[in-house]
Write a protein that binds this ligand. Sequence first.
Ligand code: SAM
Length: 297
Amino acid sequence: GMNYRHAFHAGNFADVLKHCVLALCLEHLKSKPKPFRVIDTHAGIGGYDLASSEAARSPEWKDGIGRLLNADLPEAAAGALAPYLDVVRALNPDGMRHYPGSPEISARLSRADDRIHLCELHEADAKTLDDRYRRDARVKVERRDGYKALKSLLPPKEKRGLVLIDPPFEDRDELAHMAEAVNGAFGQWPTGTYIFWRSLKNLWAADRFDNGLAEWLIAEKGIEPEKILRADLWVRDLASEGKLAGAGVVVINPPFTLEEKLLGLMPWLADTLAQGDGYGWRVDGGLTDEDVEEGLE
Ligand code: SAM
């Protein structure tokens, strides 16, 4: 179904990690003058009003971005969060009200010659998104299945850029859909950075997806294990009942600085966003058992 409304979750802990990683990847792309392309397969509506009825009914952002804005950031965390928090702050000069979705983060961290392609399947959301970026010539919005679109959108004419795949996980086979989509598309643009967001219900199920993806990329595409990074954050015991307790990203072709930045950020971020016992994090720069760094509380 198409019942998922991101407005309920905008700015929660999972968005914080995802959008921080997205912003760091965009910053890295900007370090070279050549234009880049962003493809966002599940774009949402671009921005979220935290005073809207959905956000007010489910103020998950208060335990996400809300905890970061006035926090005393240690240097390593401040550096890793800077590109993301700069976007959030620019949208909110007087108190937290507008949360940027991935399209807005991409739009604000892109330059005049960079290009952004957004896919959103939900009819009303696609319209909202299209209205929002109608006057931005860099941004193209399509109401389309992002998985199906991916193959036809790759390769873009730019050599550099990123693909964000951020589905709603309403469908129990979502991980399989993700793997299938990248399976068909990756070879067409092997130089791109790919960011996969996925929920973390238990470490074992996530490992199965991550390792399966990594093994396929290594065996079939000749990718080096170091080119696959994973970062997970869980704010409560993963076995606890109720709302989503954990989430993470898998990044193919991450910027070479990403792992170090996340290693500096995650211990502080996990402490700051914790909602109960058993919270933790892991950052794994090569999806090999030997070099996983993790913190468990
Ligand atoms: N990427 C957004 C962000 O970070 O701000 C949030 C996206 S939200 C998690 C997932 C979105 O995917 C929803 O807006 C939903 O309507 C849309 N969607 C669901 N299935 C889709 C599909 N097959 N293709 C494109 N969009 C889809």
